[in-house]
Design a protein around this ligand. Structure first.
Ligand SMILES: Nc1nc2c(c(=O)[nH]1)N[C@H]1C(S)=C(S)[C@@H](COP(=O)(O)OP(=O)(O)OC[C@H]3O[C@@H](n4cnc5c(=O)[nH]c(N)nc54)[C@H](O)[C@@H]3O)O[C@H]1N2
Ligand SMILES: Nc1nc2c(c(=O)[nH]1)N[C@H]1C(S)=C(S)[C@@H](COP(=O)(O)OP(=O)(O)OC[C@H]3O[C@@H](n4cnc5c(=O)[nH]c(N)nc54)[C@H](O)[C@@H]3O)O[C@H]1N2
Ligand SMILES: [Mo]
Length: 681
């Protein structure tokens, strides 16, 4: 009889799908969408459906044993070794670094390869006990937005409950592309809400196409657009002055800027027609309205200011704390469920004695290439991330990773480009191969991740790797040795769902509460004043403007283009870039440009073009595309440099300049020049 096991997708994605695996005696198991899950509804997205049935179960593509480098650094020449040899080698190096340079000379970088809570958080315990330095994970993705909304609202990790969409008259999707980054939300959640949908995106995405209204601002001009919408809302009598007086501080200090931001001014600043600004204000102002700020919105030089400015919309219209109203950037669902995330990550663990008492340092991704190039760090651990593909300043990062005196350990299910620079590579088990607890950062769902098959080869789950390493290092902190079963039991007890793990696993997932929750119903904000802080003294003390400003980025220098490199439909970040089937579907790396821009440059569909700036250079295939805003070009992220003809991906062009807040990425502020690449025949 056919046997099925339910599990959940732990990828870094809004959807957080339920999965049903058909267990087969021979050949790969079939990984399918769970028909009982409200998000996946029996269907996985096109990328996960392919990769989970493809490269993720393909022993020839996976890392099966630990490896040690036997060729020159970066050459990719490795030999299989035993776990024993791998862990003893790493432990000996680590002990030496602790004794000679101290724990802070050990740097680890990690992100969201898996969001399963144990696989995502438990390894931090090991690094906290070493007193190691950490690459601040969010600086590659969303740190500016977190700082901005924490200043404004006191929290950036409490959004709206998506179930409240049925109560909304309008949903404003700003700088997100659900048709790629949240495909099930695009297919079901948005259309089924019954609300009027506005999408703000320079590109005509499928989500923008499906919307009632699409505003196309020039990239980096969103703060001006927000002020212009506020100008219209004020004229329409849609600002909620009672709410403003009771729950915000500092309105007076922006009222002049709002008065000046007429829709005609807005059109000049942003390129969005004044009438569309008026219409958007009418739709949003009718309310109740939801605001979804995508993570791409703040990957800008002034991304923090943009998030503060766009956040004024719910703040000044009182679209917060009631059904159908709210603002969303991220939901930290496990926290709402009661899980002690700090405890799981060992945030309070005491570091062991080492050569210096200096605590572990935080390093921004924007500074990684530069700081790795010096002798500041002696050891690098990379887990749950592939920075050679995803991080900025790709060429500089690669050179820094060539340092002979930087002992590098990479832990991944696959031999990634970053792994090529390792001294020791450790094979990680995939989410199909161990139990864990998952969540969605959009829907308020908690899921059971189930072991549906044995780990391929000798691969091990992240947590087990770090337990074994701690043992070889003879660290005596008991928290380093807690088993997955104990950790899962603890989380289940903390959540108090009235279920044990096997009951959760049988159902697959659970939603928090039976009905839509209303966040911020008490209108208490965790800011210093307890109110929404339009004026922020905290911002001032951080050297930031007192209030959000209606300013826009300077346009790219003459002849240059603004390059956007957002989510690809066929990839999850840079994951799946090694799946042959997805590689075929995605085709060669392209630069999408408006046909008028192409013509001006003497380029046609299918031509090769050099795309370059002071940071780097890459050859891309031209795709003329009416969906792209003139003056802007788009090239989707999600490629491994080593698999590209040019040996690079678009991050070779990202100069690692930090945004205005959070030392965070400004990848969508990249400017490039483009020239035909005349082929030499
Ligand atoms: N140009 C450009 N660059 C970008 C972005 C952009 O928009 N444009 N976006 C940025 C954003 S938002 C992000 S979040 C980052 C993401 O960047 P990364 O974190 O580097 O994302 P991935 O390349 O998917 O790398 C995750 C790795 O984790 C591995 N993995 C999966 N499961 C496990 C596991 O259980 N254990 C271990 N040890 N490894 C596992 C995968 O195989 C994969 O190699 O990229 C950023 N880079
Ligand atoms: N398929 C797929 N899904 C993913 C990912 C993936 O790589 N692939 N990555 C996951 C991760 S880690 C994250 S953080 C999320 C991110 O998902 P989103 O928050 O949706 O962000 P992106 O997909 O990077 O970009 C969304 C849109 O922002 C637009 N944009 C760029 N600059 C600007 C601007 O200045 N103003 C405005 N208004 N819009 C702008 C781009 O044109 C793009 O269409 O997606 C997650 N889901
Ligand atoms: Mo991200």
């Amino acid at each position: 009889m056919t046997r099925f096991i339910k599990t959940n997708c732990p990828r870094d994605c809004y959807d957080g799908c339920g999965i049903r695996v058909e267990i087969r005696d021979h050949g790969p198991h079939r990984v399918l969408g769970d028909p009982d899950h409200p998000v996946s509804r029996g269907k996985l997205c096109s990328k996960c459906a392919v990769a989970y049935n493809g490269v993720w179960q393909d022993a020839s593509a996976r890392l099966l044993t630990p490896r040690k480098r036997t060729g020159a650094k970066g050459s990719g020449v490795f030999t299989a070794i035993s776990w024993d040899e791998a862990l003893t080698t790493i432990a000996a190096k680590t002990r030496k670094t602790l004794d000679t340079a101290g724990g802070s000379a050990i740097l680890h970088t990690h992100y969201s390869g898996t969001l399963g809570l144990i696989g995502y958080l438990f390894p931090n315990r090991f690094f906290n006990v070493l007193g190691a330095s950490e690459v601040d994970p969010d600086t590659i993705c969303n740190a500016a937005g977190h700082v901005a909304w924490t200043l404004l609202f006191g929290s950036s990790v409490q959004g709206f409950d998506p179930r409240t969409a049925v109560d909304a008259r309008c949903i404003l999707v700003w700088g997100a592309n659900p048709s790629h980054s949240a495909p099930h939300a695009h297919e079901h959640w948005l259309p089924e809400s019954g609300a009027r949908i506005i999408v703000v995106d320079p590109t005509l995405t499928d989500s923008a196409r499906a919307a009632d209204l699409h505003l196309r601002p020039r990239p980096g001009s969103d703060a001006a657009l927000a002020f212009s919408l506020l100008n219209c809302l004020q004229r329409n009598g849609r600002l909620d002055h009672h709410f403003i007086a009771a729950h915000t501080i500092g309105f007076d200090e922006i009222s002049e800027a709002i008065a000046a931001a007429t829709p005609e001014w807005g059109e000049l600043q942003t390129g969005v027609p004044a009438d569309d600004i008026r219409l958007a204000a009418t739709l949003y102002g009718t309310g109740p309205s939801l605001l979804w700020c995508g993570q791409a919105l703040q990957r800008q030089a002034q991304g923090g200011n943009i998030m503060r400015a766009v956040g004024l919309l719910p703040a000044l219209t009182g679209n917060i704390g009631k059904p159908g109203a709210g603002l969303y950037y991220l939901n930290v669902t496990p926290l709402f469920a009661g899980i002690d995330l700090g405890g799981l990550a060992g945030a309070a663990l005491t570091p062991v004695a080492s050569a210096t008492s200096e605590g572990g340092k935080k390093v921004s991704h924007m500074a990684l290439a530069e700081r790795l190039a010096t002798e500041e760090f002696r050891q690098l651990f990379v887990w749950n991330t592939n920075p050679v593909a995803s991080a900025p300043a790709q060429n500089r990062l690669k050179s820094a990773l060539l340092r002979e005196d930087l002992f590098t350990v990479v832990i991944d299910p696959f031999m990634t480009d970053t792994a090529h620079y390792a001294d020791i590579v450790l094979p990680a088990a995939s989410f199909l191969e161990f139990d864990d607890i998952t969540f969605s950062y959009f829907h308020l769902h908690i899921g059971a991740q189930r072991k549906v098959m044995a780990p391929l080869g000798e691969s091990l789950p992240n947590a087990e790797i770090f337990r074994r390493l701690a043992a070889v290092l003879q660290l005596d902190e008991p928290a380093l040795y807690e088993t997955d079963a104990d950790l899962i039991d603890q989380m289940m007890a903390q959540m108090n769902l009235g279920l044990n793990f096997s009951a959760l696993a049988k159902r697959g997932y659970t939603a928090l509460g039976d009905t839509a929750q209303t966040f911020w119903a008490d209108l208490q904000f965790a800011t210093p004043s307890g109110k929404i802080e339009i004026v922020s003294e905290q911002a001032v003390s951080m050297g930031l403007p007192r209030v959000p400003l209606a300013r826009v980025d300077d346009p790219p220098a003459d002849g240059q283009f603004r390059l956007l490199t957002p989510s690809s439909r066929f990839r999850l970040n840079d994951s799946y870039a090694n799946d042959p089937h997805l590689e075929t579907l995605a085709g060669p790396a392209r630069v999408h440009m408006h046909p008028d821009d192409a013509t001006r440059l003497g380029l046609s569909e299918g031509d090769d073009a050099h795309v370059f700036n002071a940071e780097g250079k890459i050859k891309l295939v031209v795709h003329t595309d009416l969906n792209v805003l003139p003056g802007t070009v788009v090239s989707y992220k999600g490629r491994w440099p080593s698999r590209e003809n040019s040996g690079s991906n678009v991050n070779v062009l990202h100069s690692a300049v930090a945004a205005d807040m959070g030392d965070s990425t400004s990848v969508h502020s990249t400017s490039v020049s483009i020239q035909p690449a005349k082929s030499v025949r």
